[in-house]
Ligand binder design. Structure first.
Ligand code: 6R9
Length: 649
């Protein structure tokens, strides 16, 4: 960014202190920041003791060969033992680990004792198929308990899993199988989505053909739909796994043993296989889940609505909650099947106390209307989390008010596939919350905002988010490409991790995320953040969602073009509305941020993990042929948007 004027357009004055009852019994107090500041490595060494080690580590961090970190390198542990067996050994075998809720309404409760048996059986099954320590296994599954069981079974025998989101195509799956050289794929016939069985196995058949590395396909029967069968390669889970003994002795692996590879698509080029290892990853996922959700494993019911195919599902459905012995809900389907109150019905049914979801979902609920959650008893909720995108202050307020009874803290957690676990977030018993800000690096984490020359910006200024010290759950490399790992993250600002996000510090030094730097707009020489203009639009009662892009403009360099989804209560035919919205943005952020064009649309293009794809909207705004749409949830959205567009003025 050539100038740093983007900062502090948005003024957000609302503040929310932690509820007194929560603060009085909170797992983490303000002292944690002090302790970690005084001795960062000592702090993480203490957190590592949450885990059960076969050999206790004596060295916390080896950073002798940056950016290749080794955490707890002389320690050994088994990740699955930490997530399952040790809770049974501690007498919690009867505690429910997973309350599974299928989309058609079937449900299943799995205790820690049952989970231990299932994971052990699945581990024996993988061994039977010839999977060994150090191998890779691809997992292409719907949101069912067997997905978590498969991942833990891999961890138990020291094979790295590579989970590929079930919505990806056979091509995407094939590329990932091939890149990781996976010899076994675990899948299912299909899963339930929007009231219908959707198929998974045909994509695996095609991908296995293309990749050429696959020896076996282990298939869970979920829907019972007809599938093609290859007798020499395919085997049913219920035939193989059910026949295995429940005895399996977990072996201890090095702390730096690979745990999983997870691919991120990014905007260009071949997907990056983000590699995570064992001890540091599990330490930070367990600590952050316990600290940020103030987890009380005996009484809380946690629900993370992400798909296990994303990092949020890896860290906060599988590893963090299970390492902590938590009880959680796992839901298979979509929020509006069979009706738009499904999430709230699930919270009421299981008395969910800790909810973790994404801004895209929250804005959708806002659009559907306040009356829907109002019909359910949500009084069990005590903390609400957000992740995935910047949360607009108005969406934050709505979440707290309509879901959290105007009482529960909202924790906006910033992190990435690459960081493995939460990095910047309020602490619910400590932080005076500011709607829309992730606020402060967690204890033990070092993050700041720098300018083009890698200089830390003063409070009140903006620039790029960087991480200045290694952290336990950091990616270790890009699978098979150390050079790309260095180039992508460690070269832009020497010695610092470049996250790719724009950010600003407010006058208190709190951090506000401003969106991906590729999305920042340059208007008449001013850097303007897409996030801030979107938040200004969403703060108008007529707007539920907004996506803003900079389109090439002869006079101003770029001009702001906004795509808005109106709330059910507003009308796109209201001729004065567009002018009102422009003025509203002008009044909120200043005249420079007034969109040149505002276009009401019915949907916005989103990635499959729910992030707005501004790149495609830029193509539309600049009357260009659309770029790659393969990562879109629904590519017909773009046809719809284009057909509604008036010609550019
Ligand atoms: C966990 C996850 C990472 C990118 C990240 C940023 C955006 C995530 C955010 C947020 C603002 C938050 N992001 N959480 N932006 N506030 N609380 O989403 O991982 O899929 O790898 O995406 O998501 O842009 O760089 P991943």
């Amino acid at each position: 960014m050539s100038d740093m004027s983007l900062a502090n357009l948005l003024k957000e004055e609302r503040r929310f202190a932690p509820p007194a009852d929560l603060a009085a019994h909170a797992n983490v107090t303000a002292e944690a920041y002090e302790q970690a500041r005084a001795d960062r490595l000592g702090f993480w060494a203490a957190q590592a003791r949450r885990l059960t080690w076969a050999t206790e580590p004596t060295e916390t961090l080896d950073w002798s060969n940056p950016p290749f970190a080794k955490w707890f390198k002389d320690g050994t542990l088994n990740v699955a033992h930490n997530c399952v067996d040790r809770h049974v050994e501690a007498g919690h075998g009867d505690r429910v680990a997973i309350h599974f809720e299928g989309e058609p309404g079937d449900s299943r409760a799995i205790t820690y004792a049952e989970l231990k048996d299932e994971v052990s059986r699945a581990a024996n099954a993988l061994l039977h198929l010839g999977v060994r320590k150090g191998d890779r296994v691809a997992v292409y599954m719907p949101m069912i308990p067997e997905t978590a069981i498969a991942m833990l079974a891999c961890a138990r025998i020291g094979a790295a899993h590579s989970v590929v989101f079930g919505g990806f195509s056979s091509d995407a799956l094939a590329t990932r199988i091939k890149d990781a050289d996976a010899k076994v794929v675990i899948t299912s016939d299909g899963g339930y989505r929007r009231g219908k069985p959707s198929a998974l196995k045909p994509a695996v058949d095609e991908a296995a053909e293309k990749a050429g590395t696959v020896e076996h396909v282990l298939v869970v029967r979920r829907t019972g739909q007809d599938i093609a069968w290859n007798d020499t390669r395919d085997i049913w889970w219920h035939d193989l796994v059910a026949a295995q003994p429940t005895e399996h002795t977990p072996e201890a692996f090095d702390a730096e043993h690979p745990l999983f590879i997870l691919y991120t698509s990014g905007t260009t080029g071949k997907p990056k296989g983000i590699l995570h290892t064992s001890g540091g990853y599990l330490t930070q996922t367990a600590y952050t889940h316990w600290a940020v959700f103030d987890l009380k494993p005996e009484t809380d019911v946690f629900w993370c609505t992400a798909d296990v195919g994303w990092v949020t599902g890896h860290s906060y459905i599988v590893y963090g909650p299970l390492a902590n012995g938590a009880t959680q809900v796992m839901y298979e389907g979509t929020p509006d099947t069979p009706h738009q109150g499904r999430f709230w019905e699930i919270i009421q049914k299981y008395k969910v106390s800790l909810l973790y979801t994404a801004p895209t979902a929250i804005r959708t609920f806002m659009k559907w209307g306040d009356d829907i959650p109002a019909k359910y008893d949500l009084s069990s909720l005590r903390i609400l989390g957000s992740v995935g995108e910047p949360i607009n202050p108005e969406a934050w307020i709505w979440y707290r008010k309509h879901i959290g009874a105007d009482h529960t803290p909202v924790v906006d957690t910033w992190w990435q596939t690459e960081t493995g676990a939460m990095m910047i977030s309020p602490l619910p018993g400590v932080t005076e919350a500011k709607p829309g800000s992730a606020q402060r690096p967690l204890p033990g984490i070092s993050a700041t905002v720098v300018d083009d020359e890698a200089r830390e910006v003063p409070d009140g200024a903006g620039g790029y988010l960087v991480l200045t010290e290694p952290w336990p759950s950091m990616l270790r490399t890009i699978w098979g490409d150390d050079q790309r790992f260095k180039d992508t993250y460690w070269t832009r600002f020497q010695g610092k991790y470049f996250a790719g996000d724009g950010a600003k510090k407010d006058d208190d030094g709190d951090i506000w995320l401003l969106g991906r730097v590729d999305d920042v707009m340059l208007v008449s020489g001013h850097n303007i953040s897409t996030t801030e203009v979107e938040s200004a639009l969403v703060s108008h009662p007529a707007v539920a969602e907004a996506a803003v892009v900079g389109a090439a403009d002869e006079t101003t360099g770029q001009a702001i073009v906004a795509f808005v989804i109106l709330r059910a209560t507003a009308s796109a035919d209201d001729e004065t509305l567009i002018g009102t919205l422009r003025d509203h943005v002008g009044a909120t952020l200043g005249p420079i941020a007034k969109p040149k064009r505002i276009l009401p649309v019915a949907e916005l293009p989103k990635t499959r993990s729910g992030k707005i794809m501004r790149r495609l909207l830029r193509d539309v705004a600049e009357n260009r042929q659309l770029g790659d749409v393969t990562t879109l949830t629904d590519s017909s959205v773009m046809d719809l948007i284009q057909s509604k567009l008036p010609a550019a003025p």
